[in-house]
Design a protein around this ligand. Sequence first.
Ligand code: CUA
Length: 306
Amino acid sequence: MYSGASNFVEGVDKAFMLIMGISIFFLIGITTVMIIFLFKYSRKKNKKPSTNDGSIKLEIIWTAIPLVLVMLMFYYGWVGYAPMRKVPDDAMLVKVTGKMWQWIFEYENGKTSPDLVIPLNKPVRLDLYSPDVNHSLFIPAFRVKEDVVPGYDNYLWFTPYYIGDYEILCAEYCGLMHSYMTAKAKVVSQEEFDVWLADFTPIEKESEHPGLLIINANACTACHSLDGTRLVGSSFKDLWGAKKIVLVKDNEKEITVDEQYIKKSIYDPDAEVVQGFNKGLMRSYTGVISEEDANKIVEYLKTLKK
Ligand code: CUA
């Protein structure tokens, strides 16, 4: 537990152990007193009920002691937390994008990576962005966790102290594949990092299809997979030209997935739902996705056909 993998481990663990210790003390203490009182003040031994009209002394004691305890918790919590918001000026900057359902780490030289590779003993600042829904970047070993919220610029920083691989998780429920939204933090030596960072063989950014950009921008893949996985809605893979049974006012009808059907599905999703899928789960994208963008999506779906 006291692995010391980052500069924040000590502060967080101290606060945690203090609160844990106080909690265990009171759990045992209160339970013990309850059991003792059960016997001591039982009806058999106290035929005549007595009352107590209060005691100033008691009031002061049970106000003062908890006050001291919570102030102690506050103090250690604050001492552990405050430095997390003060980023050193020499921190290395990495832009982190959390989206359904993956992490992307982008370095200042433009290199992007699915894993966070960082040099040993060097402070690193992560700027957190989300294009779709709330996520939360959580690296348990480093004791850092911050929400990644669309439209809000959040950040976190730390200094890694040991070489090794550490888990990165998403700690905010963000949809079906939330639990698969993982990555690795790889702490390497400065030399190894320099080589890795410079190895900037620009992975032929096969210019992303304009239709895929629209799909990603609207987070369509939250419900429609691109690889055939069955999610809330039909997978986009092999969808183009496929014959499907749809329900129109509870009557079955066979259709071929063509341009007209795709557009209908975008603008009036409940009109003709493919059998086996549910109504009312998708909103209309009228006014959100333009006719022109819908055409791009159609073109992209054509490329997903085997
Ligand atoms: Cu992203 Cu949970």
